[in-house]
Structures are given as C-alpha cells and as structure tokens.
Design a protein around this ligand. Sequence first.
Ligand SMILES: Nc1ncnc2c1ncn2[C@@H]1O[C@H](COP(=O)(O)OP(=O)(O)OP(=O)(O)O)[C@@H](O)[C@H]1O
Ligand SMILES: [Mg+2]
Length: 434
Amino acid sequence: VVLRWQGRCTECGEWGSIEEEHADPAVGQLGVLGADQPAAPARPLGAVRPEAARHATGLGELDRVLGGGLVRGSVTLLGGEPGIGKSTLLVQALAGLAARGATCLLVSAEESPEQVHLRAARVGALHDRLLITGDPALARIVGHVDAVRPDVLAVDSIQTIHHPEVAGVAGSLTQVRECATALVRLSKERDVATVLVGHVTKDGSLAGPRSLEHVVDTVVSFEGDRHHGLRMLRALKHRFGSTHELGLFEMTAAGLAGLEDPSRLFLADRRPGGCGSVVAPVMESGRPLLVEVQALVSPTQAPMPRRAAQALDGARLGMLLAVLARHAGVDCASADVWASVAGGVRVSEPATDLAVAVAVASAAHDLAVPDGTVVVGEVGLGGEVRQVPQIERRIAEAARLGFTDAVVPPTTPDVPGSRLQRVATLEEALAVAR
Ligand SMILES: Nc1ncnc2c1ncn2[C@@H]1O[C@H](COP(=O)(O)OP(=O)(O)OP(=O)(O)O)[C@@H](O)[C@H]1O
Ligand SMILES: [Mg+2]
C-alpha cells in the first residue's frame, strides 16, 4: 500500500473534504481486556478422546464411500438426479442402521408413508427401529426428534421442508438454505447423524443454493445412467474421510445391490473377438475397472461425416481420428465414426486413448483384437504411446479376470500373470489386430 495525499473524496466527489484521523492507541491492545475464568483448561490435542463413533449402515459400498459409516452429529447431503434411486438407497441404509441398533427417523415429505412402506417392503427394509413421519414443517420435525431421540435423522428431501417464518415456498433458495442450516444446528446440538436428500438439476449442480455444500459436513452424489442398472456413489466433499472412494451398486427389483466385481458386469454381454471391440482397464476414483470400448465405422457420401462419442470425450475422439489418419494410415475422412463405452460408466481419462484408437482401426479394417487382450495407453499427437498412472494395478485387474495379454506403453514394468506387448507407437499397437 502506498500512502499518498488525496484531495478529492471518491465517494461524494467533493474536494478538500478528507481529514486525517488518528486511531485511538488503547483500542485493540490486549492489555485493556479483562480475563474470564475458562470453564475447562485447554488440553493437549492428543488427550482429546473423540467419541466419533460411526454408525455403519451395513451397505458395504456406502460405508466404503463414507469411510466406515455416518459420523455422529454429522450432516450428509445425498444428491442425485430425479429417479436415480436416492430414496431407495436411503431406506436401505436406514434399515441397515436400525438392524445394527440405531434408532432412525425418516422424514418423508415427498412420498407418503404408505408409498415408502411399499418400497421398503420390496427391498426388504422394514424394521421396528426405523420410524417415519410425513410432516414437512421444520418446527414439528424438531418436535419429532425430541420425542423419538433418534441416532439418525433422514430428510427426503430438503426441498420439501418449510418453515412459516421464512420467506418463499418450500424448495425456494431461502427456504432450503434456512431449513438446512437449522437442521445442521439441530444435528450438532442433539448429536444426531443427519442425512439430507437433495435434488440435482440437469446441469449437475445440487438444486438450491451452492452454500448448502458448505453448511454440511459431507456431500455424496448418486449417479448413473437411468437406462442401465449401474449406480455410482461418490463423495464430493468429506470432512471425515477420503473423497477418492467409489461405491458401485446395481439397481435390481429387490433394491440396490453392492457390486463387488463391477468389471464382470461391464463385460458380461461382450462378444469376444468382435471387430471394433477392445477391452480397456480404466481407473475410476482409485478403483481399476475393465470396460469394453466399441467403435463403428461406416462409409458415407455426406460432406460432413458424423463423429459421435458416447460415454467418451468427443473432442478426444476427434484428436485420435486425426492421429490415426496422419500417423497410422487409418483414414476415416469419408466415414461416419461412432465410439462408445458399453455398460453405463463414463470414461474421461486419456489412458483409454489407445483402446479407442485400436477399436476404430479394428472397425475400419474389419480386424479383431485377439481374445484375452486388453489395451491401455495415452496417445500423443505424434502418434507415440505414453505411460499412464497406476499401470500395474490396471494390468493386475485384467489378469484377475482372465486377460492374459496386454498392449501397453513401452516403459511398463513386468506384471506377474500377464504377457506384455510393449508398443512405442500407435502403428505398432495396430499390428495386434488381425
Ligand atoms: N420394481 C422395480 N424393479 C426394479 N427397479 C425399480 C423398481 N421400482 C423402482 N425401481 C427403480 O428405482 C428407481 C426410483 O428409485 P427412487 O424412488 O429411490 O429414486 P429417487 O432418486 O428417490 O427419485 P425421486 O427423485 O423421484 O425422489 C427407478 O428409476 C427404478 O430404476
Ligand atoms: Mg425419492
């Protein structure tokens, strides 16, 4: 800061109206403050005994994402698109908690208790310690909490709760923010673990104020493709654990089932040895998964051929087509190209480049990649194949599922149980397709 004379007031535009002021030297000096007797002396941090017991839900995949379960007195926001399965996950989690001895109170303002009963009966989530009310008024929810004294409170959804002293209808920004803030205070005061369900808008943000994410301790997002059974649960923010865990579920008629072995599901309907089909080991939030990358190349007279990428990055596909044409002699200039990842998982990492490129070449030239082979590597603009993170874990997962061969970047170390074919360029990689 440079101090200089200022003749004109920037507020009112008047000249010569600014006067110098000296701060009172006594103010702000600790010597003038009185001391209160502290209620308890400060203690070594190491001597603090955290009560922080977690309530395990018994749903392995959910507990994995939460780092072991719901933390006492914490508030978790469960977000997801309409119809993705938030209420199903919630009622299954509450039943699991109840079965482990926790008293649970579900405030279902969105669906009537009868409707919730039907779902809970279908997924086997009825329990005596799981109580329900359909009351959406915030003050009466507090009353219910004081009457029931639950260990876990769940509100489905925060957008349907209202308080008459707050402006706006239920679901409006002020109502959502005020009610959520009040529930957070309630949760801390009564030591109740709270789960708030929140809807997500089309653009993927949690509806209601973004500030909701700052108010709560944990934000988990439930995602998936509505046309597939696969559901993914991720922590976007977590005060009590890692945000790198991924929970995988399959939506079935009997509710959400944890997916211990997701790769098998992704590869279940694959036709091994088909043209334009390549298996790639990808990493999703620290978990290795095997997915099938598919490509279809179909000649066209159209002046602007189509390029369509599903569950893949479209711009990356365009780049790979250019590299294929320039450095590997695979020209798709007069063909439509479709590329997709089967199964409902979205892949965005460059480590799938080589698999996509090989799939396109295999589709264009009617060649098949031998059965039992996975392909992994990043492709550079010069047609070179580059190393990817966690290559050994990817290959180990492939080997576990019976893939004996892997086409990999040149610097890949040996991995037991797998025959590696190290390739330095895209052109070398294409030689595996016959
Ligand atoms: N009988 C059934 N068999 C299989 N799946 C079902 C069945 N009934 C419902 N589902 C699945 O449950 C999903 C709806 O679940 P749920 O009501 O928990 O979602 P939600 O995210 O709470 O939705 P909303 O945004 O409407 O509250 C459906 O999209 C469907 O996939
Ligand atoms: Mg619901």
